[in-house]
Design a protein. Sequence first.
Length: 289
Amino acid sequence: MIQQLAIVGLGLIGGSLARSLRSAGFVGKISGYDPDPAQCEAALKLGVIDRAGTSAADAVALADLVVLSVPVLHTVEAMRAVVPGLKVGAIVTDVGSTKQSVLRDVATACGGEVPAWFVAGHPIAGTEKSGVANSQPALFKGHRVIITPHAKQDLAAKAQVLAMWEACGARVVEMEAARHDAIFAATSHLPHLLAYSFVDMLDRLDHKHEIFPNAGGGFRDFTRIASSSPRMWHDIVKANKECVSELLAKQIEDLQKLQSLMAADRWEEVQHIFERARAARERYLAQIE
């Protein structure tokens, strides 16, 4: 059990983690901080936190475990803000969607090396909604959480973070940070980029006012993630730009191939690509969370 927990960044993920741990009886007191006073006020009103710190350092002063739930490009800033307030023996973890950039930024904030007490993590859960008002106590139940240990990792700190996520009903797995970033560029980061780009393209067409009222369920399903926080996804794509750019180039190449097949009326080959894709999705569907 965590006696004192601090959440820095009171959004969907940070708020859901606090609510999940409280529901599981795995936490005593919860403090929090967010640069947006409205999020702090909402978190207090909803009972997500017990106390709002006047600063990040104030929020973490008594914490046994600190969770950084901030946009990945703000990791250096957040880490520098909390370090002066940490008590001896405190553990710090994060929920960022990129792991190589987070580890680099934590090292930068801590004098060039990732501290043994920092544990890099990434819960594979969320919705297109943002803000603590949309937090859900069951958000992580049945979902994976990735932990990417580093060279100086303290095993007791890692075990505490693992126990925290398991208390939320999550399944924790470990992998190397570079592998994590390559995998999630494919399964999350590129899909968000494509959804944003597709909706933006449609919105710039002359007949857009006829398109959107006539869109059906397929459009809603395909573009749902374009309702996610633009700021957050800008940060994620920028932080993982090498992996995303490589996959985007491959996607453009494949789209150009489809365009060429259509122009040449090679429809059997187009259908074969559709069938191959459908078969692949059906084959792996049980593994998709």
